[in-house]
Design a binder for this molecule. Structure first.
Ligand code: OAD
Length: 243
């Protein structure tokens, strides 16, 4: 059962901030980062594919891995956890959803105020210039080339060893510091700097709620822990708070 205190705080909240990770998309059938290396890709280590060095060494291989993930995503749809977050947004004066996911499923479920910390699989940028590119000539070359400078195109996602987009990170941190209730949903809390956000919220006196079937480093500090899948708990929160 969702704790009464959580429901009271949620109904009274002026600002709610949510951090999501791969777990929120698990019930949509999207493998987490490490599980994504199935079938054809099982022989590769993600540390060797999701880095700028990997791209320099073998741009075709890295491009094709992301193309595979992009293709897989076209067959997936948001799950009840994504839809519940979009519903909560409608009831809260200031609602900010900070996600580490690159799958775009929050937006497809109707969430509006979304901050993407790790980029988006659907966008492409120039490896040399770092500018987002929306159109390019299909010459058969893999990866395709930047129409502006001729450099190689890459997915607009954050790779290991790269900085997060500064504006997204600053906005996410500000949202963590100023909320009344903070939800940490489907994230292992192992990857910085996202993992610090719930602790920033705690320091400012916010109620912090964890939704995760497994224990994480946040569990012992969280005000409330909803132990189980987000596709079950989040619709329950919405139903209990607003009928
Ligand atoms: P992880 O794969 O590290 O953690 C997923 C979390 O979701 C785990 O704690 C699971 O217990 C939990 N989980 C599984 N099924 C769930 C469900 N149905 N409902 C709720 N939770 C569930 O994913 P992230 O924490 O997102 O970064 O990983 C963070 C970052 O590490 C990723 O964005 C990626 C990766 O390396 C980059 O690529 C930069």
């Amino acid at each position: 059962m969702v704790p009464d205190k959580l429901i009271h705080s949620l109904r009274a909240a002026r600002q709610v901030t949510v951090l999501t990770g791969a777990g929120v998309s698990a019930e949509s059938g999207i493998p987490t980062f490490r599980d994504a290396l199935t079938g054809l890709w099982s022989q590769y280590n993600p540390q060797e594919l999701a880095t700028p060095d990997a791209f320099r060494r073998n741009p075709r291989l890295v491009w094709e891995w992301y193309a595979f993930r992009r293709q897989m995503l076209t067959e997936k749809t948001p799950n009840p956890g994504h839809f519940a977050l979009a519903e909560i947004e409608k009831h809260i004066p200031e609602f900010i959803l900070v996600t580490q996911n690159i799958d775009g499923l929050h937006q497809r479920a109707g969430s509006r105020n979304v901050i993407e910390l790790h980029g988006n699989l659907g966008r492409v940028k120039c490896f040399d210039e770092n500018t987002v590119i929306s159109q390019w000539a299909e010459t058969g070359e893999v990866p395709p080339r930047c129409p502006r400078c001729g450099g190689l195109l890459r997915p607009d996602v954050v790779w290991f060893g790269e900085y997060l987009p500064a504006d997204a990170l600053e906005a996410g941190q500000a949202a963590a510091r100023s909320c009344n209730v903070f939800f940490s949903v489907g994230t292992s809390g192992m990857v910085q700097p996202a993992a610090s956000l719930p602790f920033m919220a705690l320091e400012q006196g916010a109620m912090v709620v964890e939704v995760n079937p497994d224990e994480t480093p946040l569990s012992r500090w969280a005000t409330h822990t909803l132990r189980g899948p987000s596709g079950v708990w989040l619709p329950d929160v919405v139903k209990t708070a607003w009928g």
